[in-house]
Design a protein around this ligand. Structure first.
Ligand code: AP5
Length: 220
């Protein structure tokens, strides 16, 4: 099975990807997480990507596609993959469509999680994430703390961080970039009969149930 998660920043792609990964045992491929690790480790790719990410712009397609090909060559992708944050534009979608992993798989879905810009701003201003296992959190929910009062990851115990691109100016630019590219992407996946649109408002569990429901009726 191939699942592509589309949606604005803060729509809950990462949150739902964690659930879908466990449910379907798919390899979770998040270009944002891969890029953040590259920036943290100051790799060549990380150094090239950082200025684009800091500004809320798309990292050049050539870099992204290299990352995707490297990731897809790992053995955990043999049963399918869950793409989170990729593709972001038509050129990336076309490149993905030409890969064997997509060509040979009959069950493929592009799930667009829709939320308003105001909801994005509300969510991202309270977001924390685990720099080790990438689990997303929000300060509006209960989060575990260590003895010093730092927020920690319930999954691996790492101290949580906020993302460098979650300031209001960068969020606005990320939204603008998203709105520039989403209409052609919707058309593209609609023509390929892969597009499923989901309301992203509700608790993460409610949104997850909506996604499962649509995947199950579309697979049967
Ligand atoms: P990326 O990491 O992909 O960021 P994004 O698309 O902006 O999406 P986010 O990770 O911000 O949000 P999300 O939808 O995953 O939401 P989350 O689950 O965390 O990309 C970052 C940058 O990398 C880009 O700007 C670009 O520079 C570069 N990049 C990445 N991929 C690229 C590509 N393919 N091409 C070019 N450049 C690329 O949830 C957000 C918050 O909301 C959390 O606090 C969460 O707890 C909360 N939340 C989640 N669901 C709900 C809910 N149902 N109700 C209430 N709160 C919720």
């Amino acid at each position: 099975m191939i699942i592509i998660l589309l949606g604005p920043p803060g729509a809950g792609k990462g949150t739902q990807a964690k659930r879908l990964e466990q449910y379907y045992h798919l390899a979770h491929i998040s270009t944002g997480d891969i890029l953040r690790s590259a920036v943290k480790n100051a790799t060549e790719i990380g150094k090239k990507a950082k200025p684009y990410m800091d500004a809320g712009e798309l990292v050049p397609d050539k870099i992204i596609f290299q990352l995707i090909q490297d990731r897809l060559s790992r053995p955990d992708c043999k049963n399918g993959a869950l793409f989170d944050g990729f593709p972001r534009n038509i050129s990336q979608a076309e490149q993905l469509q030409n890969l064997n992993i997509i060509k040979k798989d009959k069950k493929k879905f592009a799930i667009l999680i829709e939320v308003s810009d105001q909801e994005v701003i509300n969510r991202l201003s309270g977001r924390l994430y685990c720099p080790n296992c990438h689990k997303p959190y929000n300060i509006s929910n209960k989060i575990s703390k260590d003895k010093l009062g730092n927020y920690i990851c319930s999954q691996c115990g790492e101290k949580l961080k906020s993302r460098a691109d979650d300031d209001i100016k960068t969020i606005s630019n990320r939204l603008e970039v998203y709105h520039q590219h989403i209409a052609p992407l919707k058309d593209y996946y609609n023509k390929n009969s892969m597009l499923k649109i989901i309301d992203g408002i509700g608790t993460p569990d409610e949104v997850f149930r909506r996604i499962l429901h649509i995947l199950e009726i579309s697979s049967s």
